[in-house]
Structures are given as C-alpha cells and as structure tokens.
Design a protein around this ligand. Structure first.
Ligand code: OGA
Ligand code: ZN
Ligand code: ZN
Length: 393
C-alpha cells in the first residue's frame, strides 16, 4: 500500500507511511478502525468531520481550517466508510453530499496510544553515562544542514550538544541561532559577551565560579535554548559544567519523595533588580506538565528573592532546595569539561543546568558569546528538515 503525501496530508506535518488500516466499520455512530499493528481506534464522528481536509474544509495552501465547526450538526453520523485503493479512509456523511478522506498515518498518530515523539526521544543522563556533551565536528568550519539536524535531534534527546571546530569570529553565534529560529530577546543584551568585567552587574560577568543554574528564571517563560560560543579560551580554569535537571528530578522522586513533593509545589521567587527593570517570577523549582512529568527546572541561586512561606513550612522548603542544589552540583550528576576556542554549546535552559568553575584572568583571556532561542524553534526546525528529507527521498 502506498499513500502519497500529496493526496492526503491533512495538516502541515509530514506523517511517515508506516501504518495501514486493516478494516473500517461503523459501530453506533463511531468509525472503528483496526490497524496492521493490532491497535484499534474508535473515531468520533464530529472529530472526523472537524478534521476533514478537503479543499472546502481546509485551505490547501495555509493548511488552516475553513470549516466553521458551528456548521457541523453535533449529531452528525457517518453513512458509509471505505478504504480506498491508496489505503486512505473515506467517510461519507449523513448530512449533505460531503465526503472526507484521511491519511492513515495521520489517523494512527492522532488516535492510537502511540507515545509522542518527544517522549520517545528523551534520554536522561548523569555523569555515570557521559563525561562530555555529545559532540559533532564542523567540516572545515562549516555546519551543514545535515549536521545541524543531528545537533537539534541531540538537543531534543540529551538537552545539550557541542559543535566543534567553528570559526571564532563574533558573528558565529547569531548566525547559528538564526538558522534555527528568531533570537529570544530578554532584558539583557540580545547577543551577550561573557567576559570578566570590572563593573559587572552580575556574577556571570566576573571570573567567579558559577554553581549549576538556569538563566533568567525571573521571567514567566525563561529562554528555552541557550547558545554559548567559545571565542577565546586562554585563561586557566573556567571549565564548563552541565547537569540534566530532569534526571535529578527523576532520582529525587525515588530517593527523597518528600523533598520531591516540596520541589514541585513550593514556589521560589527569582528576582533581578539590576538596572531599571524589575522582573520577578514565582514558580516551583521543578515544574510539571499535565501528565506529572518534568517540564522545566528553574534555579538561579544568586537571584533568589526572600522565601515567602509559612514558618512551619520553611524547614522542609529549605531542605528540599539544598537537596536539589547538592545533587545538581555533585560529580555524580554534573559533567565538567573544557571549552576550546571554536566550540559552540547549545542546551535546553529549562532542562539542563549550566555553570563554570572559577577562572584566572591574569593567566589569559576568556570570551564566550551567547544568545537564546526557544525550545519550539528547535522542534519546528527538526520537522522542517524531516519534511525536506521525505520529499527528496
Ligand atoms: C552565564 C553563564 C557560563 C560561563 O553567563 O550565565 O552561565 O561559562 N556563563 O561563563
Ligand atoms: Zn471536507
Ligand atoms: Zn548562565
């Protein structure tokens, strides 16, 4: 069976042609499908009608709905179902003359228990599994689209990647970011230089050790992906560190369940009072998604505002925070590695905590240049590359 993309791509995404419908029947008002992988889907008639992708219902260029759901009778029923010669599901409706046709892979992806792509790809890690970030070498200083795709999939999986062998000119980090998505601007510079400064308004721009942290948890939505390009690495010290916050969350949940409960519920405010701006946001250290899985971690120890909690809860809130800080900075979880000039690391700032050891400016210069993009820019770019690949294969 070969369903071409063109006949039935019901939305903007490419669906790999893996699944086929073995049988389609109407039971009561539902369309029941049996799949070649033995799964079964029970499809609601309004859901099917809502997702019709004919040119009357879906703009073929923008892939946006033209059908106004208010025009669909909520008691609509399928009058007949069929699997056509190309394996697509065809449904005729009780109302009017309308017929709808659905790509089986799209149906499979949206109606079975298949786990989401994102979950399948995440690999939690500790310092037992890795000693350095997964690394990819630029070829003669060039990051091809193929290499960039590998890098983005690696970020999705491990929350981090290191590209090696890039030129060290100041434009590199912005160029790389813009190949993935728009820059996520913040109240700091759009492109920032991490160098030791005499008049620094943040600990980051000194030569101090920086404990494991996430950047800018003072915002409702902290930047998703951080890019740091090492341009000069002459100073002694200044090793980079990275820690998988999701792995730490996972292990705390098992080993210290009481601390875990506190970390997902007690709110800490992070505040930035330098300059004229006054950003603050209160949220738990570990933020969960609607299935109870970690969605983000937030921790910038030197920007914590005073804890606001009942006296009776303070023992447990402080103990849980210190437990989290101990683990994210422990050699069991934190990897520590030197950055060479021409290295560019990208990491998920809402999953992976970063830091550095102290460096010694008298021994030489150290210059990193950084910027941010968002997590969903990475996801979109991965899908874009996959669509291009599928079209050319
Ligand atoms: C920062 C930071 C890391 C480094 O600027 O927020 O974490 O290696 N810098 O200097
Ligand atoms: Zn239609
Ligand atoms: Zn930082």
């Amino acid at each position: 069976m070969n369903v071409s993309n063109k006949i039935a791509t019901p939305d903007n995404l490419f669906w790999p042609q893996r699944n086929s419908i073995v049988s389609a029947t109407i039971i009561d008002k539902a369309v029941v499908l049996h799949w070649n992988d033995d799964q079964q889907s029970t499809l609601h008639p309004v859901w099917l009608r809502d997702n019709c992708c004919c040119e009357e219902c879906l703009n073929p260029v923008t892939r946006e709905h033209l059908l106004d759901l208010r025009d669909v009778p909520l008691d609509i029923r399928p009058s007949s179902v069929d699997i056509d010669a190309e394996g697509a599901l065809v449904v005729s409706w009780s109302e009017g003359q309308h017929r709808s046709r659905y790509n089986p892979d799209w149906l499979h992806a949206h109606s079975t228990e298949a786990r989401s792509q994102r979950d399948d790809q995440i690999r939690q890690w500790s310092a037992t599994d890795l000693s350095e970030p997964p690394s990819l070498d630029a070829i003669n200083g060039v990051v091809t689209d193929e290499l960039l795709y590998e890098a983005l999939v690696t970020i999705l999986r491990y929350g981090m990647v290191r590209l090696r062998g890039l030129p060290t000119d100041p434009a590199q980090v912005e160029t790389m970011a813009l190949r993935i998505g728009p820059i996520r601007e913040t109240h700091f510079n759009r492109i920032f230089d991490v160098i030791s400064k005499a008049d620094s308004d943040t600990l980051a721009y000194t030569s101090h050790h920086l404990a494991a942290h996430t950047d800018i948890p003072t915002r409702e939505s902290p930047p998703g992906i951080q890019l740091l390009h090492c341009r000069i690495a002459e100073a002694k010290g200044g090793q980079s560190t990275l820690t998988d916050g999701f792995k730490v969350a996972h292990d705390i949940k098992r080993q210290f369940p009481a601390h875990y409960k506190t970390l997902i519920s007690a709110k800490w405010c992070h505040a930035n009072r330098a300059g004229a701006t006054d950003y603050r946001w209160s949220a738990p250290i570990i933020g969960l998604d609607d299935r109870g899985e970690p969605l983000e971690v937030r921790l910038l120890p030197f920007s914590r505002a005073p804890l606001q909690a009942d006296y009776k809860d303070m023992d447990s809130i402080y103990a849980a925070l210190v437990c989290f800080m101990d683990l994210v900075n422990s050699p069991d979880y934190q990897i520590s590695f030197p950055l060479a000039a021409g290295d560019l690391i990208m990491f998920d700032n809402r999953r992976v905590l970063h830091g550095r050891s102290e460096f010694y400016p008298k021994t030489g210069d150290r210059a990193l240049r950084g910027t941010y993009i968002e997590r969903d820019d990475v996801m979109s770019k991965i899908r874009e590359f996959e669509q291009l690949r599928s079209r050319s294969s």
